[in-house]
Design a protein around this ligand. Structure first.
Ligand code: BG6
Length: 503
C-alpha cells in the first residue's frame, strides 16, 4: 500500500480563490481524517505581502468554506512566503525557506508543487524551480500538480507537455481533473468491471446509445474574463466529460493500476472519431444563454456578464453527437451536452439499451414506453437507477416503466469524500491513477480541435441563444431525436425526471 511520506505541500497562487475554496478545506479535511503525515507543512506562495499568521487567518481561521468548528492545531502547519513568481532571483527565498522547514519539521526533502496560478505561468514556474535545483529528486521526491486548462488546442497542449517535461519527468507531473476525484466517476469502473451482469451487455449488440449530461444552474458568475476565452467545449468537454466517456467506454484494463487504466483511456480517446469540419454544424450544437426571468427574477444574459464581450460568440452550452471507432462501440452514437444556466444542477450518464428484438406485447405505446436505461448519477443524489418494464396488474399485458435504484445516501456509515481530498491525498502518495496523463490530454484535444476550428472559421455555423433556465437550444433536441428518443432531463433527485421534478 502506498504511504503518505513526510513532505512540504507548496501552493503557488496561495492568495487566490481556489486555495481558499478547495485546497485548504481539502487539506484540513485530510488532517482531521488523520491522513496527513505528522511531519507536514503547507507553504503558500504568491505575490501579496503577508505574514504566516495573516495567511493562517486568511485561508484557515477566517475561511467560510470550511464548515463547523475549526481545530486550531492545524494552523501551525501553515506557512507563507511572498515572492515575485516571475523573478528567478526570488526562488532563492523559496529554496532557503524550504530548506529551513525541511530541517525543522523533518519533511525529508519531499515536495509537492501545486500550481494554482494563471496557466501562462505553468511553463515558467517549473523552469524557475529548476533554476534553483528545486526539481531535483536527489534529496526526496518532487511532484508537480497543475490545474486545467492543459493548453487551448492540441498543439498548445503538446507544447506545454514538452515544456513541463523539460524539468519534471512525466511520472512526476500530476494533471488534476477534479471529475476524476468524484467517487461516482470512479465507481463507473467498479460498476462495469466488478459485476457480472453489466459488462456482457456493454457493447453495440445491446446498447442503443449513451448520453452524458452535465447541467449547471449557475451562469459564469465572476469568471466571465476566463470563460469568455474558453467556452463550454474547452471548459467542460475536453476534460471532464471526455474523462467520464472514457470511464464508460474504455476496454477492461489488465489490472487496476495506474499504467493499465491510463493506457486503456488513451486507447479510447484515440478511437473517438473526430467530427469532420463539414459535419460540425450538424453534430456540434452550440448555444449561449440570453436574459430571461426565472421565478419572477430577472436573470442576466451571458453578454451582460462582467468580463464578457458585448458581442461575444463564446458558447455556454454544447451538445455533441459522435462515434467511437472500435469493435465494441461501432455504430453506437454517444451524445454529450453541458451548459450553464440550465434548469438543474446534475451530471449523469444514461446507458440506453436496445428494445427486445421481437415485440411480444404489441401495443406500440407500451413498446415505446419501455426503454431499459441504466442511469449513473455522478452528482447530486449520487447513485444508480435501472429502469425496466413491468406488467401493470390487471387484465391484458399493459407494460410500464419502473425504477430500481441505489443511492449513496443510503450508506449512512460512509462519508463520500470531496474530489479534491481524494486527489490531493493521491498526489501525496504518488498515485497518478486519477490524474490525466499527457498523451491522453493531447488525444482528447485531437477530438475537440476540429470543432473549435470550424466554429472559429465558419461564421455560417449557428450559435443559438437559449433563455437562461431552459434546457438549451432546440437544435440539440433535433440532434438526438433522429434516434426517435429524447434527452433525459435530470432533476435534483435521481428518480425524478422531466415532468416531475424538484429543482
Ligand atoms: C470546472 C469548470 O472545471 O468545473 C466550471 O471550470 C464548472 O466552469 C465546474 O462550473 C463544474 O464542476 P462541478 O464539480 O460543480 O460539476
Amino acid at each position: 500500500m502506498l504511504t503518505t511520506d513526510p513532505h512540504i505541500f507548496v501552493i503557488f497562487g496561495a492568495s487566490g480563490d481556489l486555495t481558499r475554496r478547495k485546497l485548504v478545506p481539502a487539506l484540513y479535511a485530510l488532517y482531521k481524517g488523520g491522513f496527513l503525515p505528522e511531519n507536514f507543512a503547507l507553504l503558500g506562495i504568491s505575490r501579496t505581502e503577508m505574514s504566516d499568521e495573516a495567511f493562517r487567518r486568511e485561508v484557515f481561521f477566517d475561511n467560510e468554506h470550511i464548515q463547523g468548528a475549526k481545530d486550531a492545531r492545524f494552523g501551525p502547519y501553515l506557512f507563507y512566503q511572498p515572492i515575485d513568481t516571475l523573478k528567478q532571483e526570488d526562488y532563492k527565498k523559496i529554496r532557503a525557506r524550504m530548506a529551513e522547514l525541511d530541517e525543522r519539521l523533518q519533511t525529508k526533502g519531499n515536495h509537492v508543487f501545486y500550481l494554482s496560478t494563471p496557466p501562462s505561468l505553468y511553463p515558467k514556474i517549473p523552469a524557475f524551480l529548476a533554476g534553483e535545483g528545486l526539481n531535483n529528486s536527489g534529496g526526496g521526491w518532487k511532484r508537480l500538480v497543475i490545474e486545467k486548462p492543459f493548453g487551448y488546442s492540441r498543439e498548445s497542449a503538446r507544447k506545454l507537455n514538452q515544456e513541463l517535461q523539460q524539468y519534471f519527468e512525466e511520472g512526476q507531473i500530476f494533471r488534476i481533473d477534479h471529475y476524476l476525484g468524484k467517487e461516482t466517476v470512479q465507481n463507473l469502473l467498479v460498476t462495469r468491471f466488478a459485476n457480472g451482469i453489466f459488462e456482457p451487455l456493454w457493447n453495440r449488440n445491446y446498447i442503443h446509445h449513451v448520453e452524458v449530461t452535465a447541467a449547471e444552474q449557475i451562469g459564469v458568475e465572476k469568471r466571465g474574463g476566463y470563460y469568455d476565452r474558453s467556452g463550454a467545449l474547452r471548459d467542460m468537454v475536453q476534460n471532464h466529460l471526455l474523462q467520464v466517456v472514457a470511464h464508460v467506454a474504455m476496454e477492461p484494463p489488465i489490472t487496476a493500476d495506474a499504467a493499465a487504466i491510463r493506457n486503456e483511456k488513451l486507447k479510447l480517446f484515440q478511437s473517438i472519431r473526430p467530427i469532420a469540419k463539414e459535419d460540425v454544424a450538424r453534430y456540434a450544437i452550440r448555444g449561449q444563454y440570453i436574459a430571461s426571468t426565472i421565478g419572477g427574477e430577472k436573470v442576466k444574459g451571458y453578454r451582460e456578464e462582467d468580463g464578457v464581450a458585448e458581442d461575444s460568440i463564446t458558447e455556454t452550452y454544447v451538445a455533441l453527437k459522435f462515434y467511437i471507432d472500435n469493435w465494441r462501440w461501432a455504430g453506437v452514437p454517444f451524445y454529450i451536452r453541458t451548459g450553464k444556466c440550465l434548469p438543474a444542477k446534475a451530471t449523469e450518464v444514461v446507458v440506453y439499451f436496445k428494445s427486445p428484438p421481437h415485440h411480444l406485447f404489441r401495443n406500440e405505446q407500451d413498446i415505446m414506453n419501455v426503454n431499459n436505461q441504466l442511469i449513473i448519477r455522478i452528482q447530486p443524489d449520487e447513485g444508480l437507477l435501472l429502469q425496466f418494464g413491468m406488467k401493470v396488474p390487471g387484465a391484458g399485458f399493459q407494460v410500464k416503466n419502473v425504477n430500481m435504484d441505489f443511492r449513496y445516501s443510503g450508506l449512512t456509515e460512509e462519508v463520500v469524500p470531496e474530489a479534491y481530498e481524494r486527489l490531493l491525498l493521491d498526489v501525496m502518495k504518488g498515485d497518478p491513477t486519477l490524474y490525466a496523463r499527457g498523451d491522453s490530454v493531447e488525444a482528447a484535444w485531437q477530438f475537440v480541435d476540429p470543432i473549435l476550428e470550424a466554429w472559429a472559421g465558419d461564421p455560417s455555423i449557428k450559435l443559438y441563444g437559449y433563455p437562461a433556465g431552459t434546457w438549451g437550444p432546440d437544435a440539440a433536441n433535433v440532434l438526438i431525436e433522429g434516434e426517435k428518443v429524447s434527452w433525459r432531463n435530470p432533476c435534483a433527485h435521481l428518480t425524478d425526471a422531466d415532468n416531475y421534478c424538484e429543482l
